[in-house]
Design a protein around this ligand. Sequence first.
Ligand SMILES: Nc1nc2c(ncn2[C@@H]2O[C@H](COP(=O)(O)OP(=O)(O)O)[C@@H](O)[C@H]2O)c(=O)[nH]1
Ligand SMILES: [Mg+2]
Length: 291
Amino acid sequence: MFDNLKKRFGGIPKSDREIKLTKQALEEKIIESLVESDASVETAEEVWRRMQPALEGRSRKLSPGDYAGILRNAISEIFEVQKAATDITAVDKRPYIILFLGINGTGKTTTIAKVAKLLKDKGKRVVIAASDTFRAGAIDQISIWGERLGITVIKHQHGSDPSAVAFDAINHAVARKLDYVLIDTAGRMQTNKNLIEEMKKIRRVSKPDHTVAVIDAMAGQDAINQAKTFMEQVSFDSIIVTKLDTDAKGGSMITMAAEIKKPILYVCMGQEPEDIMPFSSEWFLDRILPQ
Ligand SMILES: Nc1nc2c(ncn2[C@@H]2O[C@H](COP(=O)(O)OP(=O)(O)O)[C@@H](O)[C@H]2O)c(=O)[nH]1
Ligand SMILES: [Mg+2]
C-alpha cells in the first residue's frame, strides 16, 4: 500500500551526503514525488510551502531524519481537517440517517455493507434503503448483503422513485426505534443533470444527519474533481476512501484533505464486510514516509 509514495520520499536523501541538495533540487523532488503519486500540483506546492518555516534559517545541511520530520509535519498540518471527523458509530440521535453518494462503481453499496456490519457488531439496529433503483441488479446486490449480514433492506421495484424508498426506510426505522438508516444511491456522473436533481430530492426528503462521499482511491486526480463537483451540487460531510488494497498511490488522499477539506472517516481495503477501518492521519503518514 502506498509503496510508490514511500519509495519516492525515501529516495530523496539517499545518504547524508546527498542531503546537501540545493533548495531548488529538494523542492523539485518533493513536488515530483507527490504529483507522481497522484497528488495534485496545487497540493504538492502546498506541502512544499508548509515546509518552508522549518527549512528557513537552517544551515544548508539537513539530515535525512530532519527532512522526514519536516515533511511529516507539513502533511500533518494538511490533515488537521481530521479533527472535524464525526464518529458515526457513536451518536445520540435515533434513527441516525446516513446518505451515501458517489460516482458509479466507487464502492458505495459494498461500503454500506461494511458500515452496516460495523454498526451491527456494536449492537446497533440498522436498516438499509435500496435507493439505487436505477442500475439493473443494484437492488439484488444490496439485498444479498442484507441477507448475509442479517440486516433488513427496504426496497421497491427497479426504476421506482429512490426518494420514496428512503422515506419508507426512515418510517420503518422510526416505527421500530432502530438506530440507523443507511441510504444507498445510484452512482451518478456530475454531468448528469437529472441524476443530480434526483440526488437533491433524496436529500430533501430524507434529511440525512450525515452525508458521506464514497471515493475510489484509484481514481486519482479525477476522483478529487468528481468530489469537488459533487460538493458544489450536493454538499457532504465526510469521505470514505475505497480500494486501498489495489495499487492506489496515496497522493490523492493528501489532495482530498487539502482541497476538499472534509475528514476521511474510514478507508476500505477489500471486498468483504470486514475490510474497513477508521482512518487516522498518523497511520497514513507512517505508511508514506521514510522512518
Ligand atoms: N478491491 C476492492 N474492491 C472494492 C472495494 N470496495 C468495493 N469494491 C468493488 O468495486 C466494485 C463496485 O462496488 P459497488 O459497491 O457495487 O460500487 P457502487 O456502484 O458505488 O455501489 C465491486 O466489484 C466491489 O466488490 C475495496 O475496498 N477494494
Ligand atoms: Mg451501488
